[in-house]
Design a protein around this ligand. Structure first.
Ligand code: DQA
Length: 148
């Protein structure tokens, strides 16, 4: 079984009630369940996590090295601020797919720059929770996992 780390940054624990016009009505638990179903379909194992503490996210990235086959990350607001997350992702030597629920390019200018995109395999944004599913599907192709 190919194992992926799927990590979510700050305020994403509030999904469902947080700006639903922008982020939709699904909760993080809904998205976690969707990712669990997708992982099973694509023959992957997924560790799904969220934190509001940047150091914790960095620790998870560090321990993924050699243990996971890739990282799916929605860095949330840290996308636009964190050199540390970019450096940790590079140090992991793992392929990375960046996901955003909203289309950040239709939003405020400060959301147009991502520290992660330049080191990612690819970026999915604006497709809501389906973006996570698509990220997992792409990893299944990259890793040659077997669809169930
Ligand atoms: C987000 C977009 C970010 O700009 C924002 O800070 C978030 C969520 C998204 O999933 O659309 O918290 O990453």
């Amino acid at each position: 079984m190919k194992k992926l780390l799927l990590i979510n940054g700050p305020n994403l624990n509030l999904l469902g009630t947080r700006e639903p016009a922008t982020y939709g009505h699904e909760t993080l638990a809904d998205i976690s369940a969707l990712c669990g179903r997708a992982a099973e379909e694509f023959g992957l194992t997924v560790e799904f996590r969220q934190t509001n503490h940047e150091g914790e996210l960095l620790d998870w990235i560090h321990t993924a090295r050699g243990r996971c086959a890739g990282i799916v990350i929605n860095p949330a607001a840290w996308t636009h601020t964190s050199v540390a997350i970019r450096d940790a992702l590079v140090a992991s030597e793992l392929p990375v797919i960046e996901v955003h629920l909203s289309n950040v390019h239709r939003r405020e200018a400060f959301r147009h720059h991502s520290y992660v995109s330049g080191i990612a395999v690819g970026v999915i944004c604006g497709l809501g929770s389906n973006g996570y599913r698509l990220g997992l599907e792409h990893f299944a192709h990259l890793l040659g996992a077997h669809h169930g």
